[in-house]
Design a protein around this ligand. Structure first.
Ligand SMILES: CC(C)(COP(=O)(O)OP(=O)(O)OC[C@H]1O[C@@H](n2cnc3c(N)ncnc32)[C@H](O)[C@@H]1OP(=O)(O)O)[C@@H](O)C(=O)NCCC(=O)NCCS
Length: 193
């Protein structure tokens, strides 16, 4: 793993790596925690500021880019797999928490819109950043965007091409733009049964 600016930061644990894997620290007091049997394939990890934690749970498989800005945390649960390159960006002191046994294609997560939308009447910002929480055993199909403040309940499936801007309950199939619940009382299996 190619590490830039390790001074004042910590990398705990070691992964099996393939492709180019890089970690860039831009501040201090950051921690990258790698559980046992973690596999990284072409992963870029960027700590944009200070005092952030990125944690990959035991047996997880990661691909893509993980960005934690100042005071933001990203936690990926045990055995969760990213089968295609993803991009997770935790910004504006918000966190991304992903549960155990999830399966993702090329997803994009973003806790902040990165720019402000302002109500002209009040002068107040109306698009506050917020945490993203994904439960256990969630399957997210190809080309999905998950944005600020969304919780996806355990056992749910998000269909290809969805843009998820509101929370989705447990054990539902949701898809579309914006994503809506299409089926309830479902579960899924990685195997083609
Ligand atoms: C989400 C998905 C798994 C759902 O499959 P399914 O349960 O067989 O769903 P159905 O085909 O019965 O569709 C149910 C309804 O949802 C709609 N729908 C299904 N997938 C949709 C999607 N991705 N976006 C928008 N609407 C969708 C259907 O049009 C249908 O609507 P209707 O009831 O008004 O006719 C599938 O559509 C999908 O997205 N497959 C891609 C999986 C993938 O990316 N795999 C890569 C490996 S991770």
């Amino acid at each position: 793993m190619d590490i830039t600016n390790i001074d004042g930061n910590e990398v705990i644990g070691k992964a099996t790596e393939s492709g180019i894997c890089k970690v860039q620290f831009n501040g201090t007091g950051n921690k990258l925690i790698i559980g046992s049997s973690v596999r990284l394939t072409g992963v870029a990890i960027v700590f944009g500021g200070s005092n952030s934690v990125i944690e990959f749970g035991d047996g997880s498989r990661l691909r893509g880019t993980f960005v934690a800005d100042d005071g933001c945390n990203i936690k990926i649960g045990q055995r969760t797999k990213f089968n295609k390159p993803c991009r997770l960006h935790a910004a504006e002191a918000c966190n991304i928490a992903v549960g155990n046994d999830c399966l993702f294609a090329n997803v994009r997560f973003r806790t902040s819109d990165s720019h402000s939308i302002i109500d002209l009447g009040t002068g107040q910002r109306i698009n506050a950043a917020s945490d993203i929480v994904i439960g256990n055993k969630v399957w997210v199909a190809e080309n999905v965007y998950i944005y600020k403040g969304v919780t996806v309940g355990s056992g749910s499936v998000i269909g290809a091409g969805a843009i998820v801007v509101k929370s989705i309950p447990e054990n539902c199939l949701a898809a579309g733009i914006p994503a809506k619940t299409l089926k309830t009382n479902i579960s899924w299996d990685e195997k083609r049964i």
